[in-house]
Write a protein that binds this ligand. Structure first.
Ligand code: SF4
Ligand code: SF4
Length: 417
């Protein structure tokens, strides 16, 4: 039986049929772990996608809800014995199922993808913090008068007066030339993390070349279901990085790196861009992956600290990078790395998930904060801005001032000493 209206929905049948319904992905799935519901599991979601593709059900609001609650963390993909490309399936599903809401369109299209608008938004935010208004709203409790959506966004934002990116002095005899993805949100919210990444690379003899007009990678747009906008941004980024003629494109935001490594697939049906997309994707490296591949001195500086490491989903599950960040941290003299429970369980950040699915995001955030605090670490280290924002907000909500650092910030501090 075909449900009217369902025929417009299309997913690659071969990918759907790869699912053998074994259920080995269930325990890895954060939303299944929270609810125990088949419809909130990878297997259940693939079943829904298959039923829509073959017209057995329509794309109703109820079906959309289960698919929208997926974090896109790809923990299921990492454990699937049958190689189901779940990340691709959910991205294609969202592109057809939900038109991005007007609010999300405005947020992503008008702010994130336009550097000048994002700069103005950051300056307004910085003024809000520097003027003392932010501190006053929190101290008096007036912050609770803001609408819930705005309050949530405000709570996620890091101290807004963080320094911008400063390029290092290039090494005199570079061993390699790379570009660094500055991105969109990361460029204004965590410019100092980029500075740390570039300075660590320069100390290891790697030249970081300037790539103007590189823009946003498109990952946030794709995650929100706006695949066409993501493809447009990918083409711009490919053209900008091609002109730079570098050995590698180094990325210090795991979500962006995972997305750019998939550019070949994203533009496979575009004859003018398919080969260029594949070539750029092959040169993308997460910053921890790239540094670990270099001949680096041992130890990598010195830092007395006891830290715990949070695996970003898009580093551990989507890129299979778990060993390199830990190895780099362990090479720092004086640093003790203590593992937290379920380090690779999603923290609830997942692009805009913590804004559009607050209930599940909060539950995952609380579990993550519990895991971090149970280690007794003096700092938590991660490798993705979304996770860092989410973890920092969760810690603040618990009254904890535990620092949240990127791996490259820890390396930078250790190497400076
Ligand atoms: S592990 Fe893979 S094959 Fe098994 S149910 Fe999950 S998605 Fe399907
Ligand atoms: S991507 Fe994450 S949340 Fe979505 S089904 Fe897979 S494991 Fe579950």
């Amino acid at each position: 039986m075909t449900v009217p209206g369902a025929s417009r929905f299309e997913l690659p049948s071969d990918a759907l049929q790869q699912c053998i319904r074994c259920g080995m992905c269930l325990e890895a799935c954060p939303t299944y772990t929270l609810t125990g519901l088949e419809t909130e599991s990878p297997r259940g979601r693939i079943h829904l996608m298959d039923a829509m593709t073959h017209g057995r059900i329509g794309a109703t609001a109820r079906v959309s809800l289960h698919l929208d609650r997926c974090l896109g963390c790809r923990a299921c993909e990492a454990v699937c014995p049958s190689g189901v490309p779940y990340g691709e399936l959910i991205e294609l599903t969202r592109a057809q199922l939900v038109r991005p809401s007007r609010r999300r369109d405005l947020l992503l299209g008008a702010i994130v993808a336009r550097p000048r608008v994002l700069d103005v938004a950051a300056r307004v935010g910085s003024l809000y913090e520097r003027s003392g208004v932010r501190a006053l709203l929190h101290a008096t409790g007036a912050i609770r008068l803001l609408p819930p959506g705005l309050r949530r966004l405000e709570s996620l934002y890091p101290p807004l007066a963080r320094p911008r990116y400063r390029a290092p002095t290039p090494p005199s005899a570079p061993v390699a030339r790379v570009a660094l993805l500055l991105g969109c949100v990361m460029r204004v919210a965590y410019g100092d993390v980029h500075t740390s990444a570039a300075h660590v690379l320069a100390r290891l003899g790697v030249e970081v070349v300037d790539v103007p007009d590189q823009g946003c990678c498109g990952a946030l747009h794709a995650h929100a279901g706006d695949r066409e906008a993501a493809r447009g941004l990918a083409r711009k980024a490919i053209a900008a990085f091609e002109r730079a003629g570098v050995d590698a494109l180094v990325v210090d935001a795991a979500g962006c790196g995972a997305y750019m490594k998939g550019y070949g697939r994203l533009l496979a049906d575009d004859p003018a861009w398919a080969e260029r997309a594949r070539a750029l994707a092959a040169r993308v490296r997460d910053v921890t992956e790239y540094i670990a591949s270099l001949e680096v001195p041992a130890p990598l500086g010195r830092l007395e600290a006891r830290v715990t490491y949070q695996d970003p989903c898009h580093l551990a599950h989507a890129q299979g990078i778990r060993r390199q960040p830990r190895e780099l941290l362990r090479r720092i003299d004086g640093l003790e790395l203590v593992e937290m429970p379920d380090a690779d369980m999603c923290c609830g950040s997942a692009g805009t998930y913590n804004v559009v699915q607050p209930e599940y995001a909060d539950r995952l955030q609380r579990a993550k904060v519990d895991a971090i605090l149970s280690t007794g670490a003096s700092a938590v280290v991660s490798a993705n801005p979304g996770c860092m924002l989410q973890v920092a907000a969760g810690l603040r909500a618990r009254g904890s001032d535990l620092p949240v650092l990127h791996v490259v910030e820890v390396l930078d501090r250790a190497m400076r000493s």
